[in-house]
Design a protein around this ligand. Structure first.
Ligand SMILES: *[C@@H]1O[C@H](CO)[C@@H](O)[C@H](O)[C@H]1NC(C)=O
Ligand SMILES: *[C@@H]1O[C@H](CO)[C@@H](O)[C@H](O)[C@H]1NC(C)=O
Length: 196
C-alpha cells in the first residue's frame, strides 16, 4: 500500500523542493520531457502557537530554486496526530480547475509517516539543509518541540518521473491534531514541456 504511491509522491516532492533540477543542471543528465517552476509555498494554521509554517522560495542565479524558512511544532506527538497528502492538477492554473490526481497519502498517523515516507524519502532527500529530527533506524519518541529550520533546501533528485502532463500542480499536506490544531501546507508548481 505504501510502496505503490511512494515513487510518485517522491517525484512530486522533488518537484516541490528542488525545481532547480527542472530547468537547470539536472536536465542534462535526466531524460524528463518537462521542466518546472515553483510558484508558491505556504501554510495555514488554525493555531499558530501550536504549529506554524513560514516558508519561501528563493531563486538563486538564473534558474535555481530553493526553499527556506521555518516550521514551528509545539504539540506532543502521539497517535492522535494525523497526516495526509493530496496532489491536484489544473491545466489553466485557475483555482476552479484543480482536480485530484491518483497520487496521495491517505490519512495516517504522523508516527507511521515518520517510519515510512518521512524517513525513507523526505529526510533521505533533504539531507543537511534542515534540522528536522532524523530517525534513520525508526522512530524513537519523543518528537522534539521547537522551530525547525530549512536553509536553501534542495533534493538529491532521485525518482523524478520522465513524463508529466503540463499544467499547474498543487501539493497539499494536512497535519491534524484535533482539537488543538490543523496545519495545511500548500505548494504550487508549474510544469511545462521541454522544447528540444
Ligand atoms: C486545510 O485544508 C482542508 C482541506 O482542503 C480544509 O478543509 C481546511 O479548512 C484547511 N485548514 C486550514 C487551517 O486552512
Ligand atoms: C533553528 O534556528 C534557531 C535560530 O538559529 C535556533 O535557535 C534553533 O535551535 C534551530 N532549530 C533547531 C531544531 O536546531
Amino acid at each position: 500500500m505504501y510502496s505503490l504511491n511512494v515513487h510518485l509522491l517522491l517525484s512530486v516532492f522533488v518537484l516541490v523542493n528542488l525545481c532547480d533540477g527542472c530547468a537547470g543542471r539536472f536536465s542534462i543528465f535526466l531524460k524528463q520531457n518537462w521542466e518546472c517552476k515553483p510558484l508558491s509555498i505556504g501554510g495555514e494554521t488554525t493555531n499558530p502557537s501550536a504549529m506554524d509554517l513560514d516558508m519561501r522560495i528563493e531563486r538563486v542565479g538564473r534558474g535555481e530554486f530553493f526553499f527556506s524558512g521555518t516550521f514551528f511544532w509545539n504539540i506532543d506527538l502521539d497517535d492522535s496526530v494525523l497526516v495526509e497528502m493530496q496532489i491536484l492538477r489544473s491545466h489553466s492554473g485557475s483555482e476552479a480547475d484543480y482536480k485530484l490526481t491518483p497520487w496521495s497519502i491517505p490519512q495516517q498517523t504522523f508516527i507511521e509517516y515518520i517510519d515510512t515516507f518521512y524517513k525513507d524519502l523526505l529526510m533521505a532527500n533533504l539531507g543537511d539543509c534542515t534540522d528536522l529530527p532524523r530517525y534513520d533506524s525508526g522512530y524513537v519518541p519523543p518528537w522534539p518541540k521547537g522551530t525547525f529550520n530549512f536553509t536553501r533546501c534542495g533534493i538529491k533528485g532521485d525518482g523524478l518521473p520522465e513524463v508529466l502532463v503540463e499544467g499547474f500542480y498543487k501539493v497539499q499536506a494536512i497535519i491534524t491534531a484535533l482539537p488543538t490544531v490543523q496545519q495545511n501546507i500548500t505548494a504550487i508548481i508549474q510544469v511545462t514541456l521541454k522544447m528540444f
